[in-house]
Design a protein around this ligand. Structure first.
Ligand code: F6R
Length: 357
């Protein structure tokens, strides 16, 4: 089924523009407007606070989902790691809505929370790639991510699909609440699909960067601010799980509070710069690590790019940059793993769905 592809992961990375276009199709009505089921719309309209619960990559999508829902639909959102939620339970608002994000829909940690909050009578929505799955059956409502089967253990297209579906959920809620949008969501998601396509067409260049920066290194740090920080967490997870390089994502401003002690001559630092309001500050963070010998790789977006940036993404709406900026990080992880002779699709110690707590 992977056809001419050497690995499922590469195929799934390449499929992302099509997945986004498919999602646009699935959630559009005859008039070309975004339209979700009435009961989901009502639940979103009626809640005073959303609690997003997920693990791993889906948790990282949930961090971006918080930004999307708060910025577009003006509903407060908290995002929590499923396995921690029951120990560090926040005060629950009067009308909570729990959203579970899970590619497989079978993750035991997430299900543990679902079972618990259902007992308390709270409303639940699952965003999943497998509609018949346990989390889908047990929640009140389901949104399907329509990414097609994801075979590689490292999640790629499911992550971007989850974020696209949350953007659609946010837009539908905004419409239901009569909030005027200053952008056309269908158009902007189309722009995202095109920008993803432009990125997957630059494999040779990204392969070269992976070879230069990652083929022999012991560690690697990702830095970003605002929503770029969340993508850094995902980029680091991808890199560590398939290449076994110790990788961490940091908020740019946190470096000087400790992590900068780890920077040595040649330490690779991958910096994301897709957000105008933090472009100046993330670039000074890069200067700080360069002054200590780091080997920087800057991934920026057109319009914010500067001479010497290593990878430049096509311009997309500022809320939707994670869908595009993660693509080079997925490819960097993929090629780093290849250069290090790792089993890309089946990394050691990992299973595709984690059904134990
Ligand atoms: C990382 C990865 C895992 C999963 C996590 C949650 O590439 O695949 O971190 O994201 O185990 O799985 P789901 O989304 O199936 O609940």
């Amino acid at each position: 089924e992977k056809g001419t592809y050497p690995h499922y992961m590469l195929k799934e990375i390449d499929e992302q523009p099509f997945v986004i276009r498919n999602i646009i199709q699935k959630y559009q009505d005859e008039d070309g407007n975004i339209k979700l089921d009435q009961d989901i719309r009502e639940a979103m309209k009626d809640t005073d606070r959303i609690y997003i619960i997920a693990c791993g990559t889906s948790y990282h999508a949930g961090l971006v989902g918080k930004q999307l829902i708060e910025n577009i639909a003006n509903v407060p959102v908290e995002t929590h790691i499923a396995s921690e939620f029951l120990y560090n339970m926040p005060l629950i608002s009067e009308k909570p809505l729990f959203i579970f994000i899970s590619q497989s829909g079978e993750t035991a940690d997430s299900r543990g929370v679902l079972v618990n909050v259902k007992k308390q009578g709270y409303r639940t929505l699952t965003i999943t790639n497998v509609p018949g799955s346990t989390l889908s059956r047990e929640a009140d409502y389901t949104l399907h991510t329509h990414a097609g089967p994801e075979i590689a253990v490292a999640s790629t297209k499911a992550y971007t699909a989850q974020m696209a579906v949350m953007a659609i959920l946010a837009v539908d809620t905004a419409q239901a609440k009569g909030i005027e949008l200053d952008f056309n969501p269908i158009r902007e998601l189309g722009v995202v699909a095109n920008a993803m396509e432009a990125m997957v067409d630059q494999k040779e260049m990204i392969e070269k960067i992976a070879r230069n920066y990652l083929s022999v290194t012991r560690n690697c740090f990702f830095i970003g601010r605002a929503v770029d920080y969340f993508v850094c967490l995902e980029g680091a997870l991808k890199l560590k799980e398939i290449s076994y390089i110790q990788a961490e994502g940091f908020a740019g401003g946190e470096l000087k509070h400790g992590t900068i002690a780890l920077i040595e001559k040649g330490t690779p630092i991958i910096a994301l710069a897709t957000q105008e309001h933090v472009n100046g500050s993330i670039r000074s963070n890069v200067q700080e690590v360069v002054a200590r010998g780091a080997h920087p790789c800057i991934i920026s977006m057109k319009g914010l790019n500067e001479e010497g940036d290593n990878i430049v993404l096509d311009e997309v709406h500022e809320y939707l940059t994670p869908l595009v900026s993660v693509v080079p990080l997925q490819l960097l992880a993929y090629y780093a793993a290849l250069h290090r002779d790792c089993d890309v699709d089946k990394p050691r110690n990992l299973a595709k769905s984690v059904t134990v707590e």
